[in-house]
Design a protein around this ligand. Structure first.
Ligand code: PFF
Length: 444
């Protein structure tokens, strides 16, 4: 039987869900390792530039597509541009959802492992955290099982539906995570020697600039804000008529950026403070790659009294932040199968879980495959998706729809000048910016 379309029940729930999608492993795991790789402060500056130029305007674009069509990623283009090929933008978005889940779930599995290892006290007793992480990477079966647990957990919440599953979980979990990050930032910043880590983060060093910094930062911005693949579009299809799209996109972007910066502060303060060889620290950070978080954080906790408790709490909340993101990823694919193929939630989930499991097994077995999925989604599929969404709303979509959605049919005051400026960004600035960065990244 077809489901009735749901909506988020409250304003807080809606923000928590959208922010819950944005805030995830992208902020706490991927952002620090990209920052280390991108030379610190320079990367962060370019990143913030990308959030402002592409992030906020494109989030509004996805919001207005979702709310005006009340449909899934592909269905929205079907409805708003019937009989054209624009639906492919949505279809490729759904595919990106699969691709991201295929490697993201593996990292989710790592967070579960670290959570279990923290409550049993194993992590606290370790001395070489690098070796500890490597031994997890070597244990493929364990990684696959943990990934499967996380996959089923996500599917459980999706099965429960929009209000009960997504909204109620996000409302509780997001504020808790935020609080813990504040406590940890303070602890990390007050470590002896944390200053060098903070300088790496906030004092640009032009000697460190890499030619790929633009494409890396742009990819990170899309990834972190869940943009360019119809995720925010799908969530906005559950927004109610009163939601202020501009305000919401600004709030979500600010929250997301603050969490990423806090994660950076925690990780770099600890990494610089806790190593005795500052000459090699940057190269070690870069070499730490995907393991950075899992190596520096336990080390930080080791310096704190009650380390097992802190560590358990942190990895629990990290797993939860990851869960609100995997839920949003899976909802993109679910809504698509539900509406375009008239499937039941159960049947859709059977397909999704099987498909993601296969990708996840390959990512767990091969780091090459893992990196491939990461790079093709963040650096290719999402920015290109964003480019087309921008062109669609800027050039194709009826201006009336943009105006009605942004002003909530006249009840919010956004003047004509504002709408014109917004239109200009989507028509020219954002697409040109994405294209230039993209070509520069490919040729540079
Ligand atoms: N934004 C999430 C994070 O930063 O962890 C990852 C993500 C979620 C990407 C949902 C894309 C998406 F549709």
């Amino acid at each position: 039987m077809r489901e009735k379309r749901s909506q988020f029940g409250s304003k807080l729930g809606m923000i928590a869900a959208a922010a819950g999608s944005a805030v995830g492993l992208g902020n706490i795991w991927r952002f620090p390792s990209e920052t280390a790789d991108g030379g610190g402060a320079i990367f962060i500056l370019v990143y913030i530039f990308c959030i402002l130029l592409f992030g906020v305007p494109l989030m509004v674009a996805e919001f207005l597509l979702g709310r005006s069509s009340r449909a899934n990623a592909a269905g929205a283009f079907h409805k708003l541009a019937a009989g054209t090929q624009w639906k492919w933008v949505g279809r490729v978005g759904v595919l990106s959802g699969f691709v991201i889940l295929g490697f993201y779930m593996v990292v989710c599995g790592w967070t579960l492992d670290y959570f279990f290892q923290s409550i049993t006290g194993n992590i606290v007793n370790a001395t070489d955290f690098g070796a500890h992480f490597s031994s997890l990477l070597d244990n493929k079966i364990k990684q696959i099982l943990l990934m499967l647990v996380f996959l089923l957990l996500t599917a459980y919440f999706i099965y429960a539906g929009v209000q009960k599953g997504i909204e109620s979980s996000a409302k509780v979990m997001m504020p808790l995570l935020f609080l813990l990050l504040i406590v940890m930032s303070i602890r990390a910043m007050t470590l002896n020697g944390a200053g060098e880590g903070l300088a790496f983060l906030f004092k640009p060093n032009l000697a460190e600039v890499k030619s790929t910094v633009f494409i890396d930062a742009m990819g990170q911005a899309f990834f972190s804000l869940s943009l360019g693949m119809g995720c925010m579009l799908t969530y906005a299809s559950y927004f109610n008529k009163e939601t202020n799209l501009i305000k919401t996109s600004i709030q979500v972007s600010i929250l997301d950026t603050i969490v990423a910066l806090m994660a950076g502060i925690i990780i770099f303060s600890s990494a610089f403070a806790l190593t005795n060889n500052t000459d090699t620290i940057v190269s070690e950070l870069v070499a730490g790659g995907p393991g950075l978080l899992f190596i520096t954080i336990p080390d930080l906790f080791n310096q704190m009294p009650g380390s097992a408790i802190w560590s358990s709490l942190f990895f629990l909340l990290l797993a939860i932040a990851a869960l609100t993101s995997t839920i949003s990823l899976m909802e993109v694919v679910t809504a698509y199968l539900l509406e375009e193929y008239k499937m039941t939630r159960k049947r859709a989930l059977q397909y999704i879980v099987s498909g993601v499991f296969v990708l996840g097994v390959f990512s767990a077995i091969s780091s090459g495959f893992f990196n491939f999925l990461d790079i093709i989604s963040a650096k290719f599929m999402m920015p290109i998706g964003g480019l087309f969404i921008s062109l669609f709303v800027g050039w194709y979509l009826d201006k009336k729809i943009i105006q009605v959605e942004i002003t909530n049919d006249g009840s919010l005051r956004f003047g004509i000048g504002f709408l014109k400026a917004y239109s200009f960004i989507l028509k020219f600035l954002a697409p040109a910016g994405i294209l230039v960065i993209f070509l520069y990244g490919l040729l540079g």
